[in-house]
Design a protein around this ligand. Structure first.
Ligand code: ADP
Ligand code: ZN
Length: 432
């Protein structure tokens, strides 16, 4: 049941004790990097001031811009000779950041990746098909090393080439997949095109869904379409990549491995911690990183800590499914919303297909939002009345969720663009 029983089921006070000892070390390691050396000097923070975990609040927050401004080597805490691997973020919100790892860093990362996958029930006898991009993006190699360590036969399929993915699954009896949720939905339509049903024509048992925000409804869809369990997997390159927080079989939030990271949730406007259970921005501190320790990193991801213990017996606290990034919030006609709210509604409505796009335009002084959604083929044959009824229903449901009335355009399956990587859901043509 557990990959590392002692650490996974460690009582809270033991975890806290371990975190404090590791935090002191991590801060000391960080203090030799050019960035933190200067930051500590400027702010007067002394690494010896950490007496309890609460003292972490005295350390200034680190942002993505800090990483960008000190690109590429400003955060290094070891000599370059110690480094064995470089990764970079996807650059979803601007210039990508780069992260360097020592051999020990890769080893610790593989360990939490293994622990995460084992937790969901993956075993040596499983066949793991990794459909994430291999390369600078962390999705591919991140779980790859963990799966090999677990002992599963690992197929480094990489992203895209749907027909080949399906062929691999069938030829080698794939049981676990690692896949971007939007791609999982798209891949199902390729199964359909081939006249196949993944429930009958594959041996799939489970999927790890990660790399982009997705709603509970999307998870359920993937589970239903494929006849499998889908586990939410959270990660970001600055903190390693996948394996940081993962769902257990109870699927109620993701256990964040607190022997490797300190978790905080802050109010994104004030930077102050919010009470346990309240929503805010996730802030993480690496505890074991050697090459590039990062302290109090503002992930920009919105979540909350789920209070209370988990039935699985693990003492590492859980974070809620990510509801958005502080920087992908849309403001339309003065109303704030996250793209995921639209996704959640669309995926609840029967007849809606697997792909959608949000278009923002400015006409005169007015903002307009168009939601294009693929719907099932049947709606386009014969009587178009049904299509109009569905369009009205979608418009009403979206209006009730986001409080403005979008234009809704329904299109045939396969007509909206797809990507191999993270889905592009919003095209904003408004000028600043
Ligand atoms: P970028 O920040 O450029 O997208 P990364 O490739 O490092 O670069 O992606 C990390 C980000 O992806 C996270 O900060 C988060 O916004 C998103 N993400 C990763 N996994 C999940 C998940 N399971 N649910 C929601 N968002 C996720
Ligand atoms: Zn659990």
């Amino acid at each position: 049941m557990y990959w590392e029983q002692e650490i996974e089921t460690m009582p809270r006070e033991k975890i806290v004790e371990m975190q404090l000892a590791r935090l002191k070390e991590s801060v000391k390691r960080a203090s030799v990097s050019p960035f933190y050396a200067q930051q500590f000097k400027e702010t007067g923070f002394d690494p010896n001031d950490i007496g309890s975990l609460e003292d972490i609040e005295h350390i200034p927050l680190t942002t993505k811009d800090d990483l960008r401004e000190h690109w590429p080597y400003g955060f290094l805490a070891t000599s370059r000779d110690e480094l064995v691997r470089m990764h970079s973020s996807s650059g979803t919100t601007g210039r990508a950041t780069v992260i360097f790892h020592t051999a020990h860093d890769i080893d610790e990362w593989a360990n939490i990746a293994t622990r995460s996958m084992y937790m969901t029930g993956m075993r040596r006898s499983d066949v793991f098909q990794n459909m994430m991009t291999y390369g600078l993006f962390t999705g591919g190699l991140g779980l790859h090393y963990g799966a090999e360590r677990l002992g599963a036969l690992t197929i480094p399929a990489g992203a895209g080439n749907s027909r080949r993915q399906i062929q691999l699954m069938r030829d080698f009896g794939t049981t676990f997949i690692h896949i971007i949720p939007s791609y999982a939905l798209h891949l199902y339509t390729v199964f359909e095109e081939l006249g196949m049903d993944p429930r009958k024509d594959t041996n799939l048992k489970a999927a790890f869904l990660g790399a982009e925000p997705h709603s509970e409804r999307t998870r359920k869809r993937v589970e239903e379409l494929y006849g499998i369990k889908a586990f939410n997997s959270y990660g970001l390159s600055e903190m390693n990549g996948p394996g940081i927080a993962f769902e257990c079989p109870y699927q109620r939030g993701m256990h964040l491995w607190e022997d490797n990271y300190i978790v905080e949730i802050i109010d994104p406007h004030t930077g102050k911690p919010v009470p346990d259970g309240e929503e805010g921005e996730l802030v993480l501190t690496t505890l074991l990183r050697e090459g590039m320790p990062i302290l109090r990193y503002r992930t920009k991801d919105i979540t909350r800590i789920i209070p209370g213990p988990c039935e699985c017996g693990r003492g590492h606290r859980r974070i809620e499914r990510i509801t958005g990034r502080t920087d992908d919030m849309l403001i339309i006609k003065g109303v704030n919303m996250y793209p995921i709210q639209i996704e959640k509604k669309l995926m609840e409505i029967p007849g809606v297909g697997t792909n959608y796009l949000i278009l923002l335009e400015r006409e005169g002084y007015n903002d307009h939002m168009t939601v294009k959604a693929e719907v099932e083929k049947e709606f386009f044959s014969g009587n178009l009345k049904q299509l109009e009824t569905l369009r009205r229903r979608i418009t009403e449901e979206l209006k009730s969720e986001i409080l403005i009335t979008p234009r809704v355009e329904l299109v045939e399956p396969g007509s909206l663009p797809t990507t191999e990587g993270k889905a592009v859901r919003v095209i904003d043509n408004r000028e600043d």
